[in-house]
Design a protein around this ligand. Structure first.
Ligand SMILES: Cc1cc2nc3c(=O)[nH]c(=O)nc-3n(C[C@H](O)[C@H](O)[C@H](O)COP(=O)(O)O)c2cc1C
Length: 315
């Protein structure tokens, strides 16, 4: 009997759908699942009001955990799967809190861990932070599976924030698709469940190497790497300043959050388009370097599809 610890947090329920699809193949006598839902002591709002939304960026980027309800459990696990979303190019605060908890330090030590992300489309820097959080507790990341919101970067720049700030998820004006990950992509995550089940049957998790490779687990959009790096720098500089002014929720932070929002919008209107043109040229010149970067950020699962046909029978 293999024991899997599943850890998740989801505001809209989207990650729960991903979790249900991925773990559907685990319903068998040989696998026992234990699902822990992370519960912040002070729940985050959904839909968000704009100030609360922006106010949690400094703590998110500085991996300053929120308080969560304690988790108790005496099991020893063969595999851990963490389902998380990205907040401001970082793991969401409840997930950061879990990874810094006593429970995670004890239970994840020397364990193979698979991370599953569902976010808009900017997850690369968050996963780098995830890697360091896992390293700090001696957990071994063996796979990363990523699902991103349907639609182009331009449309999701509208649909995702609209969903977060109003709760409205529907498609509109013919050009904007329904917010979030597509139904099809969620359904197809069951292929990873079958691959994980097969690996567990063959004790492959003990080797602590990827068991989901060849299944198109991730695909880094190289066009977004530089934006994520610049965005992270900007969040760190402004976040440091705002954290000096007060704690999360402190009214004194409001003017600074407002100022940063104006700065961010101005950057998005002016610097981002210019940078996109410059980056397109740089990417053409530095093709090799960019490809190396892409495959680095796609580790450990990679974007290959050589096993897709083995699992297509389950679709
Ligand atoms: C405060 C906040 C910040 C977010 N920042 C990002 C981000 O930096 N990159 C991204 O791709 N998605 C971002 N998102 C979208 C989330 O990753 C995720 O898609 C959405 O919150 C739905 O997740 P859930 O319902 O499972 O909690 C953000 C969402 C919130 C609420």
């Amino acid at each position: 009997m293999k024991k899997i610890l599943i850890v998740s947090y989801s505001q809209t329920g989207q990650l729960n759908e991903v979790l249900t699809s991925l773990s559907s193949p685990f319903k068998c006598d040989e696998i026992e699942i234990n699902h822990k839902i992370i519960k912040p002591k002070k729940p985050y709002p959904f839909p968000w009001n704009f100030f609360e939304f922006m106010d949690c960026f400094p703590e998110s980027v500085y991996l300053d955990p929120c308080e969560i309800e304690e988790i108790e459990d005496s099991n020893d696990y063969d595999l851990v799967i963490i389902f998380y979303q990205v907040w401001f190019l970082s793991p969401s605060l409840p997930i950061t809190a879990f990874l810094k908890s006593k429970f995670a330090k004890e239970k994840l030590r020397n364990k193979p861990v698979i991370t599953v992300i569902a976010c808009r489309n900017m997850w690369v820097m968050a996963q780098e932070k995830m890697k360091s959080l896992l390293k700090n507790i001696d957990a071994k990341l063996i796979d990363n599976i990523v699902l991103v919101d349907q639609g182009s970067s331009i449309t999701t720049f509208i649909t995702t924030p609209r969903w977060m700030l109003t709760g409205k998820r529907n498609a509109f004006w013919k050009i904007f698709p329904k917010a979030g990950v597509s139904k099809e992509d969620i359904k197809n995550t069951s292929r990873f469940g079958f691959a994980i089940k097969e690996a567990l049957e063959n004790n492959l998790e003990k080797e602590k190497v990827s068991i989901c490779s060849g299944l198109k687990a991730v695909s880094v959009d190289e066009k977004l790497i530089k934006s994520e790096q610049i965005g992270t720098k900007s969040f760190m500089i402004w976040g440091k300043l705002i954290r000096k002014v007060g704690k999360i929720g402190d009214k004194k932070r409001k003017p600074f959050i407002a100022l940063y929002t104006v700065f961010l919008i101005l950057m998005i209107i002016t610097v981002v388009p210019i940078n996109m043109i410059v980056q397109t040229i740089i990417r053409k010149v530095n093709k090799e370097k960019i490809l190396k970067q892409k495959s680095f950020y796609e580790m450990p699962s990679g974007s290959d599809d050589f096993r897709m046909k083995d699992f297509s029978k389950y679709e």
